[in-house]
Design a protein. Structure first.
Length: 217
């Protein structure tokens, strides 16, 4: 679900992204994918940074369908996704922050319980087959870290994010906490559910930029 850091020569698409685009186009041409199915696969890799490079690789009607899908169901913002431990390295996650460098006991100290409750109250955005794990290797079971992504309709985060906040005092973006306050500490439930099938992979650009800014402090 995340972008690869390896870039193809002369292209804003990574090699993995370009392969996905070409595969989706080929499968649709063979009628092995419907247009909505092809758009769904393209949304797994499409983002604001690579869209201009992706569109010329698509037939006109598929490009139009992808743009329409992005306009009607814009990508939500990712938060709380971490780099992969070397033992389980997943190269696509290499640009994500290291939570062990984000310990900050004083961050939102008076609101942490509310934040943790909010994180656990998110609606299911995506259900995955594999389990997550704690990057601190604290002994919590992978099952307790969960296998879902949750959302409040604006942000998307992994199910186990509350654990990092409560047990390891990891800080999160101030912008994320501010949106919880605006929602009166309750993820909105009255709007149509945003899910992976309609909105695709969340946009990681804010999260990566925030992590980079924290790393240089």
């Amino acid at each position: 679900m995340y972008r690869s850091a390896e870039k193809g020569s002369g292209s804003m698409l990574s090699k993995d992204e370009e392969r996905m685009v070409k595969w989706a186009v080929r499968m649709r041409a063979k009628n092995l994918l419907s247009t909505p199915e092809a758009v769904g696969r393209l949304r797994e890799v499409a983002n604001a940074d690579n869209l201009a490079a992706m569109l010329p690789l698509l037939p006109d009607d598929l490009a139009a369908s992808l743009q329409d899908s992005l306009a009607r169901h814009p990508a939500l913002k990712a938060v709380g996704y971490w780099w992969s431990h070397p033992k389980y390295r997943f190269p696509k996650n290499d640009r994500f922050p290291d939570p062990t460098l984000l310990i900050c006991p004083n961050w939102c100290a008076g609101e942490r319980k509310r934040i943790a409750v909010y994180l656990r109250a998110g609606r299911t955005y995506a259900q995955w087959r594999g389990l997550s794990y704690c990057r601190f290797e604290c002994g919590i079971s992978d099952a307790d870290m969960g296998s879902r992504c949750l959302t409040d309709g604006e942000w998307v985060w992994p199910e186990g994010l509350a654990h990092y906040l409560e047990c390891h005092e990891v800080r999160l973006p101030d912008e994320f906490a501010a949106s919880m306050r605006r929602n009166d500490w309750k993820p909105p439930q009255d709007s149509g559910p945003a899910v992976y099938d309609t909105h695709g992979s969340p946009d990681t650009s804010f999260w990566i930029a925030w992590g980079d800014s924290m790393a240089i402090r």
